[in-house]
Design a protein around this ligand. Structure first.
Ligand SMILES: Nc1ncnc2c1ncn2[C@@H]1O[C@H](COP(=O)(O)OP(=O)(O)OP(=O)(O)O)[C@@H](O)[C@H]1O
Length: 307
């Protein structure tokens, strides 16, 4: 598979302050790559290096096979960019502004702008400076997606969007991926990224802590399990459940001949599923894995300079 974006030992200093301390990652073409990290982690700085809005202090960046510093307008046309903060103060309508952006982005398929605006519920005939934060964000999304670029770089794309519009945005990302486009997006919350991303990179204090597939995060995540069974003594049921790798915090409740157990499970679910086959279950609840918790654990890894 071809690489759409890569960074090797990327360092960025603003004056004497180093913000990126040697960031490495690779994004496979045709995939969705999500960078998550707390405020100030360096997500926007990384994206701005990819777009050649700012220049790396050291390290190497490649975007669609090119050094962004040398790519010029030709490379820019192949990219759709949604900045984290949009400044739309002009006395023009959204439609006029998008027409202006077309001069930069290159041709847009006929009807595409109206289609995207309809899907997001955006009125293109309103003056941009009168638009709410959410509507400005929608205009930014139309601008990034309209020319169906090979690469989409989206900085906090769902900020200010209500849940229904977020769903529509997720559908747009899936369609773009289906078309073979590559998507590089950032967020400070995982829940936003996990619905669309194939791979998640966690950035903290200017360093990538981990790059993991969403599936991999799922496997490492904690789930809650609750089951009710008959025909077995409570202590035997507890022993069975406690014997499964990754099970902890087992609690038991006995009432009317039924035993209800609850526990947390970290890791693979197969051993639990096999054990459940030996029980006479009357109820079973296995929660969605809490990926947010898995990621928070990674944020909590001690900093290298503090070790
Ligand atoms: N032009 C600049 N001059 C000086 N410091 C800067 C500049 N741009 C960013 N920084 C600093 O770099 C650090 C990383 O900022 P960046 O905007 O990349 O973080 P982020 O992960 O995108 O966070 P957020 O989610 O808050 O946007 C911050 O501490 C910020 O103050």
């Amino acid at each position: 598979m071809a690489t759409a974006v890569s960074a090797r030992s990327l360092v960025k200093r603003f004056g004497r302050r180093e913000v990126l301390h040697g960031v490495d990652f690779e994004v496979e073409a045709g995939t969705v790559f999500g960078v998550i990290g707390p405020n100030g982690a360096g997500k926007t700085t990384t994206m701005r290096c990819l777009l050649d809005i700012i220049r790396p202090t050291a390290g190497e960046v490649r975007v669609l096979g090119t050094d962004p510093r040398a790519g010029g307008p030709e490379l820019r046309r192949r990219i759709g960019y949604l900045p984290g903060e949009l400044f739309l103060e002009g006395r023009v309508t959204g439609r006029k502004l998008l027409a202006h952006y077309q001069a930069i982005s290159g041709p847009v398929p006929r009807g595409r702008i109206n289609e995207l605006a309809d899907r997001l519920g955006l009125d293109l005939d309103r003056h941009t400076r009168k638009l709410s934060k959410g509507n400005k964000q929608k205009l930014g999304l139309v601008q990034a997606f309209m020319h169906e670029p090979e690469l989409l770089v989206l900085d906090e794309p769902t900020g200010g969007l209500d849940p229904l519009v977020q769903q529509e945005f997720h559908a747009m990302v899936r369609e773009a991926k289906h078309r073979g486009q590559t998507i590089f997006l950032s967020s400070h919350v995982l829940s936003e990224v996990q619905q669309t991303a194939d791979t998640v990179a966690i950035l903290r204090d200017g360093r990538i802590i981990t790059v993991e597939s969403v599936e991999g995060l799922r496997e490492g995540a904690v789930r809650r399990v609750r089951l009710t069974t008959h025909g077995i003594a409570a202590h035997d049921a507890v022993a069975l459940l406690s014997g499964i790798p990754g099970v902890g915090q087992v609690q038991v409740l006995e009432a009317d001949g039924a035993v209800t157990l609850s526990a947390v499970l970290e890791g693979a679910i197969q051993p639990l599923i096999r054990m459940l086959g030996s029980l006479e279950l009357t109820d079973l609840v296995l929660d969605e894995p809490d990926l947010e918790e898995a990621v928070l654990k990674m944020y909590a890894v001690p900093r290298e300079d503090a070790r």
